[in-house]
Design a protein. Structure first.
Length: 470
């Protein structure tokens, strides 16, 4: 792999920090999601209900234990650590004039701790946690007022951390707004509303906000690397029937709609047609096209877990998948949660993004959720996770070495066990480091290294050369 390749791990504030009301932090949407499970959706409650369990409230207590955790990341040889800033630590309600100093201090400490070990922080500005007060007062990203609140937040963090953080990602998986607008943007859509109309309007506000943030970041520190982040769901056509091929293309179009704006600075004609067809063209202000043009990104972050299948058949069999249930692919095995395991899909994703945009890509999330067994001696032999990571890293290497894709880094999801975004579970574990905590919120929170920790350390030390299972 290229010299200075950013090997590391990823996490998100709301899934690991806990301390949901500590030192002035306000409530975010993530704090009012109960836990769920496979087939049991998480419930979004109106405020906190005393008799319900909310996994983000303590999560893995990274807030108080980050020094210990970052020391472990350093031991694994991480070159970077991707995490997010909890917006509500900085602006508890989201619309204040002044930030919360205690929240800013927390991230000073966190980033300094990373830098102490030579670990580059890669920071997502908004990862699935909209300030809850903004949801109540303005309907979150439905409202154009969110743009100013978001930009104010960005200005504060860009100025504060300008010498500590170089890599920024604006919105986590921006295209997920079309799949889960509540999680991605704090937007709940009432029955009878035009779903697409609401989603594309809220999405437009995020695109404008993101572009303004990029332009501002560049002004504050021209050395910043400002990226976008999308969920990349490669769609295979089920057959070579032209109709299936068209279905696959159209499935991808709905996701490229967002990245095209962030990379090229304008909606494509096809995107406008998609929106018009659904009677969902967002209201735009006169200055918006200039803002979008002026705020294009430097690199493309994306998450990749599984691939999908597109078909025109109506009786197709579905299985799980990240954020969207996928049609079963008979050539692929699946995880316990039904997500297909497809390393070649990662190579295809990297090629498609690079060929389309000619900008460096960053594999910001890739990993394997599984139940782990802790043996009596404390060891955890997570060979299945090693196998998944190994095969995906090999595919990434092929994309870089054989296909010539420019790739800045790879951050495994996740470096440490944390709360699952879709199910709220702890038992769907992704970490290289185990955390003793269960789905009911019990456990010592003790950290211990899994076999995958040692394996990944070896991979990083050899810059992606040594990927043997043992
Ligand atoms: C991505 C999200 C992450 C993360 C991951 C795994 O879509 O950006 O926050 O959680 O998916 O998904 P899950 O936790 O639902 O298994």
């Amino acid at each position: 792999m290229p010299e200075n390749f950013l090997w590391g791990g990823a996490a998100a504030a709301n899934q690991c920090e806990g301390a949901y009301d500590t030192e002035g932090k306000g409530l975010s949407t993530a704090d009012v999601f109960t836990s769920g499970g496979l087939g049991t959706p998480r419930i979004y409650t109106d405020g906190i209900k005393p008799d319900l369990y909310y996994p983000s409230h303590t999560a893995i207590d990274f807030y108080h234990r980050y020094r210990e955790d970052i020391a472990l990341f350093a031991e694994a040889g991480f070159k970077c650590f991707r995490t997010s800033i909890n917006w509500t630590r900085i602006f508890p309600e989201g619309d204040e004039e002044r930030p919360n100093e205690a929240g800013l201090r927390f991230y000073d400490g966190l980033f300094e701790e990373c830098l102490k070990y030579g670990i580059e922080p890669v920071v997502t500005i908004s990862h699935y946690e909209t300030p809850y007060a903004l949801v109540k007062k303005y309907g979150a990203w439905r409202s154009r007022r969110m743009i100013d609140f978001f930009v104010r937040y960005c200005e504060v963090i860009f100025r504060r951390y300008k010498d500590k953080v170089k890599y920024w990602l604006t919105f986590n998986e921006i295209n997920v707004i079309i799949l889960n607008p509540l999680m991605a943007a704090g937007v709940r859509i009432a029955e009878g509303e035009n779903f697409d109309r609401v989603v594309y309007q809220a999405g437009h506000h995020q695109l404008v906000a993101g572009a303004r943030a990029v332009a501002l970041g560049r002004e504050i520190n021209p050395a910043f690397k400002l990226g976008m982040m999308m969920l990349y769901p490669p769609f295979y056509a089920e057959t070579c029937r032209p109709e299936d091929q068209l279905a696959a293309m159209q499935a991808m179009d709905s996701h490229y709609l967002f990245s095209d704006v962030q990379v090229r600075g304008a909606y494509s004609q096809k995107a406008l047609n998609i929106q018009a067809e659904k009677d969902a063209v967002p209201d735009r202000e006169a200055g918006d096209s200039g803002i979008l043009k002026n705020g294009t990104v430097d690199f493309i972050g994306f998450s990749y877990y599984n691939s999908n299948v597109a078909t025109t058949r109506e009786d197709a069999l579905f299985t799980g998948g990240n954020m969207l249930n996928a049609i079963k692919n008979p050539y692929l095995k699946e995880s316990e949660w039904g997500w297909s395991i497809d390393p070649i899909g990662l190579r295809l994703a990297m090629n498609s993004l690079y060929d389309r945009y000619r900008l460096p890509v960053f594999v910001a999330e890739n990993g394997f959720g599984a139940q782990d067994i802790v043996n009596d001696d404390g060891s955890i032999h997570d060979l299945y996770r090693i196998d998944y990571l190994r095969r995906h890293i090999m595919a990434m290497r092929d994309a870089v070495v054989k296909d010539g894709v420019e790739c800045l880094g790879y951050t495994v999801w996740s470096c440490i066990d944390l709360v699952s975004a879709s199910t709220g579970e702890m038992k769907k574990r992704y970490g290289l480091i185990h955390v003793d905590r269960n789905d009911e919120g019990h456990g010592t929170l003790r950290r211990s290294k899994k076999d995958s920790f040692y394996w990944y350390r070896c991979c990083i030390r050899s810059n992606g050369e040594k990927l043997d299972l043992r």
